[in-house]
Design a protein around this ligand. Structure first.
Ligand SMILES: [Zn+2]
Length: 61
């Protein structure tokens, strides 16, 4: 896991592969987190995978 300094990825953890991100997501869910989303970063300088936190108590996105 690498902490990025990129603006769009600030404070987020970059995972090199999707399985890596999925594993992190599963760990967060074990800790009680819900509605997590694994997505690929658009930024070229990053090009990794992130675990996004979707807002709670929302029926629409
Ligand atoms: Zn990123």
């Amino acid at each position: 896991m690498i902490r990025t300094k990129n603006r769009a990825c600030a404070g987020k953890i970059r995972h090199p592969t999707r399985p890596d991100a999925e594993e992190h997501k599963a760990r967060l869910i074990e800790q009680g987190a819900v509605r997590l989303n694994v997505y690929r970063c658009r930024r070229r300088s990053c090009h990794g995978w992130h675990v996004g936190h979707l807002p709670r108590n929302r029926t629409t996105q």
